[in-house]
Design a protein around this ligand. Structure first.
Ligand code: KG4
Ligand code: ZN
Length: 358
């Protein structure tokens, strides 16, 4: 039997501090998250300086709690995986300096992970309770197919919106991407415009449930010859429409505004994913990133895959939004493919770097 190795993973690239223990088979043994939403809410967006300081305060206690919770002695941890790019430089520094210090003291290798590689691997995590059957509700999760099998991946978050053709680790081909804003960014800005708050995506999703998705049409119906996407047009059209409404109209029409905006954003993602499927003929689909927690996107993609008999890997919300478990799995793949540990003087980067095959 193959020996199973355990890795500690750290994610601190933006405003979530997350730590996890993941094994070399992709099982998550434990994960703890600390959201900073309550600190950034009054500024309607992430304030980098506040984010750095909060990561520095909470990261070590969180690791300590996780190690106690998983009851795994340090000598059973083979390595440490940490997000080193892309993200807020100060926030990344907190994670990397912590990982490097622990690695140096405990003589463990540290693997630097691209945050986006984490999102691409997230649908292939497994929960401890997962028994090899189809995903069972929110209690346990396991993917419908293996990461190594050729598949299409829609990665959609606050910073990225891309469709990839994936044929194993390092074999990622961008088929389409956004020409401007990421879908999550557009949802966040829209939420701000109508005074709904921060972070916007989840609030727009919730408000949409009682709204009429066809009450407003913001942008022209979506039509493109290629697989590119664009969300700034919908955002500007929504801003123009909202500027014609009084605050009380915005308030009374909040659910309709949200449902209509959400419909236009999600429609574009689904249409382009479907076109990518037609062009490639791939019958396995993964959907990941913060926006993949969206209930309309999940419903549409599930229905489509079911009706066509496609395999679908879409993780539960805990692995959609930023989390350390996905960083652990990406670090494990990097290491398995012969990737070297981070040098002590290796630093963080605000964007992806050469060799990230993205
Ligand atoms: O992956 P993520 O946590 O961080 C980035 O890497 O960007 O994604 C955050 C994005 C935010 O824009 C947030 O508004 C969006 O994901 N988001 C959602 C939902 N939950 C989070 N968007 C739509 N519906 C949701 N339920
Ligand atoms: Zn992310």
């Amino acid at each position: 039997m193959k020996p199973v190795n355990h890795y500690l993973a750290i994610e601190s690239s933006c405003d979530d501090t997350s730590v996890a223990v993941v094994d070399s088979e992709g099982f998550v043994l434990g994960m703890l998250n600390q959201s900073q939403d309550y600190l950034h809410q009054k500024f309607q967006g992430v304030v980098p300086e506040i984010a750095y300081r909060n990561h520095a305060e909470v990261l070590l206690p969180l690791i300590d709690e996780l190690i106690k919770k998983t009851a795994l002695p340090w000598d059973k941890i083979q390595g440490i995986c940490v997000t080193s790019r892309p993200g807020l430089v100060g926030a990344l520094m907190v994670g990397v300096v912590t990982a490097q210090s622990l690695g140096y003291l405990l003589k463990k290798p540290v693997y630097a992970v691209n945050h986006l590689h984490g999102h691409i691997l997230a649908p292939f995590l497994k929960d401890q309770q997962f028994n090899g059957q189809e995903p069972g509700g929110d209690q346990s999760y396991g993917p419908a197919f293996l990461f190594e099998e050729p598949h299409l991946c829609l990665a959609v978050s606050g910073g990225h919106t891309s469709i990839y053709k994936i044929e194993g680790w390092g074999n990622f081909k961008v088929l389409g991407t956004t020409l401007d804003d990421a879908a999550g960014e557009a949802l966040d800005k829209f939420s701000q415009m109508i005074g709904l708050g921060f972070p916007g995506g989840a609030l727009v999703d919730r408000a949409s449930r009682t709204g009429d998705a066809f009450a407003f049409q913001f942008a022209k119906p979506f039509q493109r010859e290629d697989l590119m996407m664009s969300f700034s047009g919908i955002k500007s059209a929504a801003a123009r429409k909202i500027s014609t409404l009084t605050p009380s109209q915005i308030q009374s029409k909040q659910a309709d505004l949200c449902a209509s905006f959400q419909r236009e954003v999600i429609h574009q993602l689904v249409v382009q994913l479907q076109r990518a499927q037609e062009l490639t003929g791939l019958r396995k689909i993964s959907v990941t990133g913060g926006v993949s927690a969206n209930s309309l996107l999940r419903q549409e993609v599930r229905q489509w895959c079911k009706s066509q008999g496609f395999g679908l890997a879409i993780p539960p919300a805990r692995y959609c939004t930023d989390n350390a478990a996905m960083i652990g799995l990406a670090g494990i793949y990097h290491h398995k493919a012969g990737g070297l540990p981070m040098a002590l003087d290796e630093s963080v980067a605000a964007s992806s770097i050469d060799g990230d095959f993205l």
